[in-house]
Design a protein around this ligand. Structure first.
Ligand code: ADP
Length: 175
């Protein structure tokens, strides 16, 4: 996977997740992370403990690249296995994660501690999204898409189109 402008003196972070599909919430977090870090590796998990993803990893990567095409400091790549090992390989010691409503807190807190156990160099930086995205998750996007609901406030048009194709709700003007 090609590296963009990574430079050893820059402050880099990894933003890991499943991004199934990427949403405006993820984009908001990427933009916030870029205020803290010079370089961000958006790392798309190939194998998640969760059920089979809706989109294969290649398509999730493609959508994230489109979402970040104006951002030369963002690299989108796939990874397999533990985030802690991926961070070690890439010699990056900061992880970015999102904290939405309090329901995320316990999970993110324990994940951060486990990652620290696995790789003591790791620090997790949790960022809160802008308010409109506080309750936005890929899971809700998938649910709304499944029933043909309006997705325009949750995901960019090219992601919406892919979801409509997937669930067979494509209108003629979107083909
Ligand atoms: P997971 O890694 O749990 O599969 P996702 O791929 O959906 O979750 O998200 C990756 C990271 O982005 C997680 O830390 C998640 O909390 C965060 N995130 C997702 N959606 C939002 C949002 N709307 N606001 C803030 N953070 C978010």
């Amino acid at each position: 996977m090609s590296m963009k402008n990574e430079n050893q003196n820059q402050k880099a972070a990894i933003y890991p997740g499943s991004f199934d599909p990427p949403t405006y919430g993820h984009l908001d977090l990427i933009q916030r992370a870029l205020r803290l870090f010079d370089y961000l590796v958006v790392a798309v998990a190939k194998n998640d403990a969760k059920l089979t993803p809706l989109f294969p990893v290649e398509e999730r990567i493609e959508m994230l690249r489109e979402l970040t095409q104006e951002m030369p400091q963002v690299e989108v790549t796939a990874f397999d296995g533990l985030t802690a090992d991926f961070a070690r390989q890439r010699k990056i010691s900061h992880l970015v994660r999102g904290l939405r409503a309090i329901s995320d807190y316990e999970f993110e807190f324990s994940l951060a501690i486990i990652n620290q156990r696995l790789n003591s160099n790791i620090d997790t930086v949790c960022l809160m999204p802008s308010e409109p995205y506080l309750f936005l998750s890929s899971r809700w996007v998938r649910e709304v898409a499944r029933f043909g609901g309006d997705l325009s406030q949750f995901v960019p048009p090219f992601v919406e189109k892919k979801l409509r194709q997937k669930f067979g709700f494509l209108r003629e003007d979107q083909e």
